[in-house]
Design a protein around this ligand. Structure first.
Ligand SMILES: NC(=O)c1ccc[n+]([C@@H]2O[C@H](COP(=O)([O-])OP(=O)(O)OC[C@H]3O[C@@H](n4cnc5c(N)ncnc54)[C@H](OP(=O)(O)O)[C@@H]3O)[C@@H](O)[C@H]2O)c1
Length: 287
């Protein structure tokens, strides 16, 4: 079966160029601050990618690097400073925090001013998209990966309304929020997780299958029906490089559209982050 590649790299470039163009006309440039605690190698790569993307579009970038043995009060003092700084429009604390500080993650999310919460994790922002409907939702600070998925589906004119969407994975980062965004777009939604019995009974019915489990090649052709649209959120480092949660080669002949890994959802996450910085800039009364 011929299939469309949902090219997140291409769409992300298009979004970034649009943002760059808008910002070039601003007298005051929007600013993003990133707090990085400790030195997790994967996080360092993600932070570097975000910095490069900000530089490309003209968003001012501030990185606050804190050592692994940082005291909780120092992190909250920094968030407080950034909350009050009018030149900082977006605040992001790179997760995961080091093991010794891991239990603080929820408190950290709560501490960020919701108007500067460009990750879209603060309960205020979560509440907003839980209760929004239709086109008003897109003006909110939506979580980057889930909204990136919706934008990718929209770009390729994949119908969502009335479709049966199955999401495998229920993390607060991807599975849960993408299910709500698809519901807001009038899909009928089922979420599967590690305690779901006979996952294939659900995934085989899906018109749209979103997979966010963090297990290399978890989904193969036996989990899907012919004609499904597959979005692979997974990024797993294996001996053969980065692979998704979906076995691309084994499903590709059965799908109508699929995201590649890398080059699918990953670049969309960064593009939406940049959009959120711009949204936050406007929310704070600029321009
Ligand atoms: N592309 C991007 O920008 C991006 C962004 C975020 C994450 N990711 C990647 O996406 C993957 C998932 O990450 P995440 O943070 O969303 O999720 P996560 O926190 O790693 O949680 C995994 C989810 O998968 C479920 N799960 C695990 N084993 C399962 C099984 N055998 N059957 C069904 N469900 C199972 C878990 O269920 P329980 O809840 O029952 O434990 C959990 O809900 C990772 O590879 C991550 O690196 C990529």
């Amino acid at each position: 079966m011929e299939h469309i590649i949902l090219d997140g790299k291409l769409l992300s470039r298009k979004i970034k160029n649009g943002i760059k163009e808008s910002i070039s006309n601003f007298a005051v440039k929007p600013g993003l601050a990133v707090i990085e605690v400790g030195s997790d190698p994967a996080s360092e790569v993600y932070v570097r990618n975000k910095e490069e993307a900000c530089n490309y579009v003209g968003i001012r970038w501030e990185k606050i690097k804190m050592p692994e043995n940082t005291q909780p009060e120092q992190i909250f003092a920094e968030i407080d400073r950034l909350n009050r700084d009018p030149g900082t429009n977006g605040i992001l604390v790179q997760f995961p925090l080091p093991i010794s500080l891991k239990s603080l993650e929820e408190k950290v999310i709560y501490a960020i001013d919701p108007k500067k919460d460009v990750d879209g994790f603060h309960p205020y922002n979560v509440g907003q998209y839980v209760s929004c409907k239709g086109s008003t939702c897109k003006n909110l600070l939506l979580p980057c990966t889930p909204y990136g998925i919706v934008r990718l589906l929209e770009e390729y004119r994949i119908p969502i309304a009335g479709k049966y969407a199955v999401i495998v994975g229920r993390s607060n980062l991807s599975g849960k929020p993408v299910s709500l965004l698809l519901l807001n777009h009038d899909a009928t939604v089922t979420i599967c997780h590690s305690k779901t019995l006979n996952i294939a009974d659900y995934t085989k019915q899906a018109d749209i299958l979103i997979v966010a489990v963090g297990k290399p090649n978890f989904i193969d052709e036996s989990f899907i029906k012919t004609g499904v649209v597959v979005v692979d959120v997974g990024i797993n480092l294996t001996d053969s490089g980065f692979v998704g949660d979906v076995n691309f080669d084994r499903v590709k002949d059965k799908v109508t559209a699929i995201t590649p890994v890398p080059g699918g959802v990953g670049p969309m996450t960064i593009a939406i982050l940049l959009e959120n910085v711009l949204k936050a800039f406007f929310l704070q009364g600029n321009h």
